[in-house]
Design a protein around this ligand. Structure first.
Ligand SMILES: [Zn+2]
Ligand SMILES: [Zn+2]
Length: 349
């Protein structure tokens, strides 16, 4: 192995806002696993949450390595791995379904009873477990950069989220929230032929979404009633589809209030657990509104996300603002936590 004495540098999460850079043993790989040299690991809002709270109910119990959006080179393959070889450039998803439980058999593989998660991208090396090797790992086309490829994970969530809305060509789609996820929704909805209205707090931040394809922007810092603003932009009817990518009760309410009759909202942004919302039942009933939520991604959506990136429709240049070495990860996460800024940094271990 290339790392000296079978040790590697890795970021270890110990608890609330406590991350240490350490020498840890190289991950042990089984017969179906890959060992991957990480070339780019992207920061993500989920990691900031994990850093802020010190754990993740489903995915991470400290002390633990973490980080889940990655691309890299195969350093070693288990003896039972047949379709990958050392030296290949790959992107691996952070999960794979069992394909055997009742949810998987229904085709709702993202809701798998036994969804296997993988973490540990903020390190020189990461183990990709056999199930993810088999079902959710892909070789990169030669022209694709590692940082571009690592966008496949968040984009896969967006691909599935938009698919779940059953949008049609020409639909008016409102996207509330213009962090990386909201911005990807803007881009993808435009690519799929929607008319897109982006809503965010600051006018300055919204300018960027215009270059990604937003047709209209509404800045809440100078438009106190975004619901009325959407109605004004849609001939009084409201939007066909609203994507809520903020995760606050207030914006959940805006979402249903700015829909047309028969419209659909995707509550994509998850508020903190324990949050309850009050929704106008008359509005839901008499306007025949559809309320939907989307969680995570599927191998199919991941593959499609990688195809969109390969084709140049989504690039890191639009979503990743900086590069930093592994040693700077704690500072980067602290900045993201304090600034509330969700812009991505590519960590290069
Ligand atoms: Zn992520
Ligand atoms: Zn399953």
């Amino acid at each position: 192995m290339t790392a000296s004495n079978s040790y590697m540098r890795a970021a270890v999460l110990y608890g609330k806002q406590h991350v240490e850079l350490e020498n840890v043993p190289l991950p042990q790989t089984g017969p179906g696993d890959l060992l991957v040299r990480v070339r780019a690991a992207l920061t993500c809002g989920t990691d900031v949450k994990v850093f802020t709270r010190g754990y993740h109910a489903k995915m991470i119990v400290p002390p633990s390595v973490f980080g889940h959006e990655l691309a890299g080179d195969i350093a070693a393959v288990g003896e039972e791995v047949t379709h990958f070889q050392p030296g290949q450039r790959i992107v691996a998803a952070n999960s794979a379904p069992c394909l055997d439980c009742s949810f998987c058999r229904r085709g709702q593989v993202n809701l798998c009873d036994d969804l296997l998660f993988n973490n540990g991208a903020y390190a020189e090396f990461i183990r990709i477990p056999a199930r993810i090797v088999e079902r959710n790992t892909y070789e990169l086309p030669p022209h694709l950069s590692y940082a571009d490829a690592a966008l496949a994970e968040p984009l896969a969530c967006v691909v599935k989220g938009l698919e779940d809305t059953h949008m049609k060509l020409g639909d008016t789609i409102v996207v509330i929230g213009v962090g990386p996820i909201g911005s990807m929704f803007v881009r993808l909805a435009k690519l799929r032929g929607a008319k897109v209205i982006a809503i965010g707090r600051s006018r300055a931040k919204l300018q960027k979404t215009l270059t990604l394809g937003a047709d209209e922007i509404i800045a809440t810092e100078d438009t106190p009633d975004p619901v009325a603003a959407v109605r004004a932009l849609t001939g009084g009817h409201g939007a066909d589809i609203v994507i809520e990518a903020v995760g606050k009760p207030e914006t959940w309410n805006w979402s249903v209030e700015m829909l047309r009759r028969g419209g659909l909202v995707n509550f994509f942004g998850g508020p903190p657990s324990g949050t309850k919302v009050e929704l106008d039942t008359n509005l839901l009933h008499y306007s025949e509104l559809t309320c939907k939520a989307s969680f995570h991604h599927t191998p199919r959506a991941f593959r499609e996300a990688l195809d969109l990136i390969s084709a140049g429709h989504i690039t890191a240049a639009d979503f990743v603002v900086a590069e930093a070495p592994l040693a700077e990860l704690p500072a980067v996460l602290t900045r993201m936590m304090e600034g509330g800024g969700q812009l991505k940094t590519a960590i290069i271990p």
